[in-house]
Ligand binder design. Sequence first.
Ligand code: NAD
Length: 432
Amino acid sequence: MKSAMCVIGTGYVGLCTGVGFAEKGFKVICVGRTKEKIERINKGDPIIYEPVLEDSLKKVIKNGLFQATIDLKYAIENSNISFICVGTPSKHDGSIDLGDIRKAAEDIGKFMKTKKDYHIVVVKSTVVPETTDKIVIPSLEKTSGKKTGRDFGVCMNPEFLREGMALKDFLEPDRIVIGEYNKKSGDILENIYKIFNAPILRTNLKVAETIKYANNAFLATKISFANEIGNICKKLGIDTYDVFRGVGMDHRISPHFFNAGAGWGGSCFPKDVSALIAKSKELGYEPKLLEEVRELNKRQKVRIVEQLESKLGSLKDKKIALLGLSFKPNTDDIREASSIAIIEALKRKGAAIIAYDPQAIENMKQLFPDLIYTKTAQEALKGVDASVIITEWEEFKQLNENDFGLMKNRLIFEGRKVLDPNQIKDFEGICW
Ligand code: NAD
């Protein structure tokens, strides 16, 4: 018989984990905190925008394999494995906030107390090295009165999905990392994942936690490196993407993830790089490379504002169209999006901002209710002094000369590689 699962957290990772396992035929109970959100999920509304997730959610609800609840006790009693997928945001000093992790572990322990079956607790959230050993396990033992390994199992199983491709990535991962407290826990989790047709790496808890941070820190570094070279290319008057086409042909390097542009954002890279810096300092090591990767990214986000100024002079009362607000395409997530830094800089300089995004406007309105938001890119372009593409949404690739002809002054900047020079004349890229 297949394992029944409890998934704690109904955000990007929790919902995709729950729906993904249900797609694979497991019975899943997802646990959230707010009744209203859970009711919407049970009606097939994933709340977040994520391609294919809604259809999949509706399908697994119909098949009777997925349900959401706020009742953790019910979920623990009716499952034999729990995945902790709660948020691990940054504190003000950049270190990780483990409050939700600790609370989830304490609550799980409370309800494991009376369970007879061997329950496995899996940490899927991104947590700094030593968290599972020093916070999750003591919290579980304190409230359950049970002993790890003997009475229940623990694994650390980092998630590598990308927003915008989240469910697909969950179902078709490059690899599955299982950090295990003991062999029994790892065997049970490996048995669940063996139908995923992906290489499985088994290791200890601390290594699994660190793999996730090293992975994200490397990707962030790779983009910052591409931006550094891109800024040099801009001075040289060449296209950095032409350069990286050549660099990527070196098999030691790989052509992927050299996306020079207006910097990296999102819910993971910024907070994970900062958490790793903070953890490393706590351990007595100054991670200078990572600190510069983060600083370079801060500067990169607003570089395009400097470029606008160099063309327009003062930005006071200039109308600027911003195309794309989400931190990347195919999501409505604006956490740490480059658009936020650009909006703040433009506002400081007194520019009038007209913004458009296919999905993220409602989220952005919460942060900046005072911008002008439009329903189409064309509407945003009408009568402006300059336009900036910040997110590489597919629909921006279709913009044509007529669309840009709506601008009062034809000054087009792109912070991502979107426009085709064979179709659009006279535009400038941030690093090309
Ligand atoms: P999120 O903020 O979208 O969702 C977290 C959810 O957990 C929220 O809905 C919150 O209400 C819920 N929650 C917190 N405590 C709870 C509790 N005690 N019981 C029930 N629900 C609770 O976060 P996310 O993007 O899904 O990320 C979750 C974790 O996965 C983080 O550690 C993140 O770093 C990691 N991660 C995220 C991604 C990504 O692309 N978003 C990818 C890989 C890993």
